[in-house]
Structure formats: structure tokens, C-alpha cells
Write a protein that binds this ligand. Structure first.
Ligand code: FAD
Length: 285
């Protein structure tokens, strides 16, 4: 496998506790050592605020010298707020943004203020209208369908809207069935979509957490994997070993079949991602 032309990226979230903030620089430093193409930092997921995203992005970029992209969600927001934020990012030297709709928190206040954007495609269009090609824009893709979509074809049409609005690349929701990704890529090819669609990779380290995330985001855990994880849930080492084996095989299959890179959901831990990295025989640049 030639790793030089393949882009690897690492996703982090803004630390939620003082202890998390204290640990993050060491995690980032270990991840930076393998030379990712970029880091990205989530926004809003788990209650983080935009300030936390901004500060984390700037800190990582400064500490590592590696490009760091903020995630930006638009639901519940206004054009004026998004415009101010874009300007702030631009003034701070940011050139890449992960543009998302986001999930509206179920609070009365946000329900009363639906905002001026409904979908990520509207955010992508707005960024292009206001900043031209200044930012490289990544959007989300769902090989197993976004959980709120009525059916896969409609969801794919909605993905196409984001590409037509000006997305440069996409990162997928995580999945464990490589076939779902290949099928998505075939649909892209048939639709004339040529932007890179990078698989999102979720290391397996904790059964309860994975089950919770997967139920929320619509990622399928194939039955045979679920059964093994259930069996190993009280044997941490067996679960880690099995998870490593499954996800390494998934990554290898994806890269062998032409995936343009891998985007790792690190959950602010270096070890699971670096173990995968080593098992895949990827170079330290
Ligand atoms: P969209 O592309 O707007 O799609 C959302 C839904 O609307 C889909 O069901 C789609 O089919 C439908 N839709 C789209 N356009 C139309 C249309 N014109 N008419 C009718 N229906 C339409 N969440 C966070 O809160 N913070 C983060 O930092 C974050 N990072 C993420 C990173 C990645 C790589 C991924 C895959 C997800 C991330 N999420 C994050 C989760 C994401 O916000 C949710 O999955 C959200 O529900 C959808 O966001 P989207 O950008 O895919 O939305």
C-alpha cells in the first residue's frame, strides 16, 4: 500500500473537563508525530461550545504546525452569526472547514429559534457565496444512510446537493461493513461525483459506548461483531484485541480498494488510533 498519496486525518473534540484539557496536548503530540494531513475539531457534539472549538483548533495548529479544521454546524444559527465566525476563522488563518447541519439540541429555547439554515448544503452555499474558494470544505457522507432520511436514494440526492453547492471533499459516518462504502462510491461514480470521500473510522474500545453512539448516528454494528463484543465486554483485553483485528481488516480493505484516505474518530485518545496505525503498517512521517 502506498501511503504517500493517501490522506489521513484525526478528529478530536474540545475538552469538556479540566482533566481532559490537561491531557489533550500529549494526545495531540503523539498523533501529530505520525504526520496526519490535518486534524479536525468538532463543534457542539456533546455540548461543546464554539469558543471551545476555536480555542482547541488554534492551540493544535500552533502546537503542531499541522493544518487544523474546525467543524461548523449551522442548525439553529443565523447568517450573521455564521458570517462572524467565518471571518474570525479566516482572520486566524484557517483554510479548511468541516461544514455540517448538526443536530438541534432538544431544548425549548432552540426549538423556539429554528435559525436561518436547514441543511448543510445551505451552509456550504453560504460559505461559497461569502468567501469564494478561500476555505476547503468537507461535508458529511452516510454510506448507511443518515438516520433521519426517508430512504437511501433521497439521502444520496441530498448528499449530491452538498457537492453541487461546492463541497471539496467528504468524510463518512463510521461503518464496519466495507461494502456499504463501496456501494456509496459506486453511486457517486454513477452520479458523476468525483470529490474524495474519505471513510470515517471508529476504533473499537468500549462496547457500551459504541452501542450508544451507533444507535444515535445510525451506524450498523454487524451481528457477528456485536455478538463477539457482547461476549468480551467484561474482558477489556479480549475486546481491544478483537476490535483491533476487525478495524484493521476494514481499513486495509478500504485502502486496498482505493479509498483516498482514512479519517479517524480518535475520541481524544491517541492509543487506539496509533495501535491501528501500527497494525496497518503505515509510515511515521
Ligand atoms: P445534512 O447534509 O443537511 O443532512 C441532514 C438530513 O437532512 C439528512 O437526512 C438529509 O438526507 C436531509 N436533507 C439534506 N438536504 C435536504 C433537503 N434539501 N431537503 C430535505 N432533506 C434534506 N455533529 C455535531 O453536532 N458537531 C460536529 O462537529 C459533527 N461532526 C461530524 C463529522 C462527521 C464526519 C460526520 C459524519 C458527522 C458529524 N456530526 C457532527 C453529526 C451531524 O451533524 C449529524 O449527522 C446531523 O444530523 C446531519 O448533519 P449533515 O451535515 O450530514 O446534514
Amino acid at each position: 500500500m502506498s501511503a504517500s498519496s493517501i490522506h489521513f486525518s484525526f478528529e478530536l473534540f474540545p475538552p469538556r473537563t479540566p482533566a481532559g484539557a490537561e491531557k489533550l496536548p500529549a494526545v495531540v503530540s503523539r498523533l501529530a508525530a505520525v504526520g496526519p494531513a490535518f486534524f479536525s475539531v468538532t463543534y457542539g457534539a456533546g455540548g461543546s461550545d464554539q469558543e471551545g472549538t476555536y480555542e482547541t483548533v488554534m492551540r493544535i495548529a500552533e502546537d503542531t504546525g499541522i493544518e487544523t479544521a474546525p467543524h461548523l454546524t449551522c442548525i439553529g444559527s443565523t447568517r450573521a452569526k455564521i458570517a462572524a465566525l467565518l471571518q474570525r476563522y479566516r482572520d486566524s488563518g484557517i483554510r479548511r472547514i468541516v461544514a455540517l447541519r448538526g443536530d438541534l439540541p432538544a431544548t425549548a429555547a432552540s426549538a423556539a429559534a429554528p435559525g436561518e439554515f436547514r441543511y448543510a448544503s445551505e451552509l456550504v452555499r453560504f460559505i461559497r457565496e461569502t468567501h469564494g474558494q478561500h476555505f476547503r470544505l468537507e461535508v458529511a457522507a452516510y454510506p448507511e444512510m443518515h438516520p433521519q432520511a426517508p430512504n437511501p436514494d433521497t439521502d444520496f440526492e441530498n448528499f449530491r446537493r452538498k457537492v453541487e453547492a461546492g463541497a471539496d471533499g467528504a468524510v463518512t459516518q463510521y461503518f464496519y461493513a466495507a461494502e456499504a462504502y463501496f456501494d456509496f462510491m459506486e453511486r457517486c461514480a454513477r452520479a458523476g461525483i468525483t470529490i474524495p470521500v474519505v471513510p470515517g473510522i471508529m476504533p473499537i474500545t468500549n462496547f457500551a459506548q459504541l452501542t450508544r453512539f451507533s444507535a444515535a448516528c445510525g451506524a450498523d454494528i454487524p451481528r457477528w461483531i456485536r455478538l463477539r463484543l457482547e461476549q468480551y465486554q467484561d474482558d477489556k483485553q479480549a475486546l481491544l484485541d478483537f476490535g483491533l483485528e476487525v478495524v484493521t481488516r476494514l481499513c486495509r480493505t478500504l485502502l486496498d480498494e482505493g479509498a483516498p484516505g482514512l479519517h479517524f474518530y480518535t475520541l481524544n485518545q491517541a492509543e487506539p488510533t496509533l495501535r491501528l496505525w501500527k497494525h496497518l503498517g503505515l509510515p511515521v512521517r
